[in-house]
Design a protein around this ligand. Structure first.
Ligand code: PLP
Length: 485
């Protein structure tokens, strides 16, 4: 064993300066790396030894290898040309908070194992509710991802149904009807995963048709609920979405909320992406109706410049959420009479995630956050206009937020299979540039490209570059198509 049990302070300080220098240069110029690395599966592993080290190595050598190997085989989510999926940001304040979180290594499972972490979570989430216009008094907890938040919300909905699932489970019971959760056909797959995990099976989800703007049809929802009740199926929850993954459509939450109220069904709102837009005062309406929801998920790690992971679950019914999850063995009993974060989900251990949210909210302030999101909204509108002006492209969906869904649609080409292969080639060509990264989706069967703006370092110049690249690739594709004829 080496003389010191852990790194000596001076060794740490020197390595720490090197790490900070690297991070500073990286964040100052993430474009020094292509947004997508040129690697194929297995390339990276082939560079590493198969056996673990037996003798410790100097930190300098480990950092050398980090610099030499990791960035080259990484997809750069910090690259301002990252427009795939939903882009995210490691903002400076968030990165510094993450370093401090790691250093303190607090596990806030109980109030007494993290008093500041527990209480900062409560304070920052009340600030976030205020900034997004959500009603005061909502109970909030931070989870890793929206998938976990939605799972917990639907577990609370199942608990709320009064079927004593906590006591007796579901399997082998003749006294429990089939249970159902409703969401639109555009809802995220995390709803299905939650329902699967909760033991309701794939049959436990009923997807409701959407209108021509991809919003859940509230009348069709009412019909589905009535049909299910008539068939002896018990509706337990509806998941409405504010900002669906494919097209960022916004379900009519207010109408859905009033139906849920009449029917006594839990309403969960997935605002993982779209909820952040409500920090812009003139966008507050996107959360209209959410004041009636039983639970809402909003991900500051998506579009609020907080490094992954930070997903907020708000609920008006914390008692039910606790009833679904609280379980206190003797060794965790405390006399503090305080809120313990372990009672709100599956994990016992809780990272100190509120610290990065606190840093980011304070560093930008409500006005700074609103300015940045407003700019992303403007850039998306601009890109949508450019795409339409080009004449060869078409928008495939409205643009309520910062995501543009579009495709190449040469005049006269109507066959969907031909359009899919053309647009898939377009996407491949665009992403091969190394300067931008877009992803795709299918919208009512139509293959389309998505340009999602959300990185704090993205400017008009990056969006213009995406357009230029798309045009060049389209020219090339048209040329090769005409050369083939
Ligand atoms: N909900 C929506 C609307 C999403 O777009 C996503 C992911 O992009 C999720 C939920 C799942 O998010 P997470 O990765 O935090 O689980």
């Amino acid at each position: 064993m080496s003389a010191a049990l852990d790194m000596e302070p001076e060794e740490f300080r020197q390595a720490g300066y090197r790490v900070i220098d690297w991070i500073t240069d990286y964040l100052a110029n993430p474009e020094q790396f292509p947004v997508l690395p040129s690697v194929t599966p297995g390339d990276f592993s082939a560079l590493l030894p198969k056996l673990p080290p037996q003798d410790g190595e100097p930190i300098g050598r480990i950092l050398d290898d980090f610099e030499r190997l990791i960035p080259q085989a990484s997809t750069h989510w910090n690259h301002p040309g990252f427009f795939a999926y939903f882009s995210i940001s490691a903002s400076g304040a968030g990165v510094l908070a993450e370093a401090l979180t790691a250093a303190m290594n607090i596990n806030a499972m109980l109030w007494r194992t993290g008093p500041a972490a527990t209480e900062l979570e409560e304070i920052t989430l009340s600030w976030l509710a205020e900034l997004t216009g959500l009603p005061p008094g909502l109970d909030g907890t931070i989870n890793d991802t929206a998938s976990s938040s939605t799972l917990y919300a639907l577990a609370a909905a199942r608990e709320n149904a009064g079927l004593s699932v906590r006591e007796h489970g579901l399997a082998g019971r003749g006294d429990v009807p089939r249970l159902r959760v409703y969401c639109s056909e555009e809802a995220h797959s995390s709803v299905d995963k939650a329902v699967l995990t909760l033991g309701l099976g794939m049959d436990g989800v009923r997807r409701i048709a959407t209108d021509d703007a991809f919003r859940m049809d509230a009348d069709a929802l009412a019909v589905a609920i009535a049909e299910d009740r008539a068939a002896g199926i018990r509706p337990i929850a509806v998941v409405a979405t504010v900002g669906t993954t494919s097209t960022t459509s916004i379900d009519p939450v207010r109408a859905i909320a009033s139906l849920c109220e009449q029917e006594g069904i839990w309403l969960h709102v997935d605002a993982a992406y779209g909820g952040s837009a409500a920090v812009v005062p003139e966008m507050r309406d996107v959360l209209d109706g959410c004041q009636y929801a039983d639970s809402i998920v909003l991900n500051p790690h998506k579009w609020l410049f907080v490094p992954i992971d930070c997903s907020v679950l708000y609920t008006r019914r914390p008692d039910i959420l606790r009833r679904a999850f609280s379980l206190v063995p003797e060794y965790l009993v405390t006399p503090d009479g305080a809120r313990n974060l372990m009672d709100y989900g599956v994990s016992l251990g809780r990272r100190f995630r509120a610290l990065k949210l606190w840093f980011v909210l304070r560093y930008f302030g409500g006005i700074g956050l609103a300015d940045r999101i407003r700019e992303h909204l403007r850039l998306a509108q601009l890109f949508a206009v450019w795409i339409q002006e080009d004449g060869r492209f078409e928008l495939v969906a409205p643009v309520p937020f910062s995501t543009v869904v579009f495709r190449l649609k040469p005049p006269g080409v109507t066959d969907e299979a031909a359009l899919e292969s053309l647009n898939s080639a377009l996407l491949q060509g665009i992403n091969a540039s190394g300067d931008v990264f877009l992803s795709h989706t299918k919208v009512k069967g139509r293959y389309a490209l998505r340009l999602a703006i959300g990185n704090v370092r993205t400017t008009e110049q990056h969006v213009a570059a995406a357009l230029q690249i798309a045009r060049h690739v389209a020219d090339r594709l048209e040329y090769s198509a005409s050369a083939a004829h």
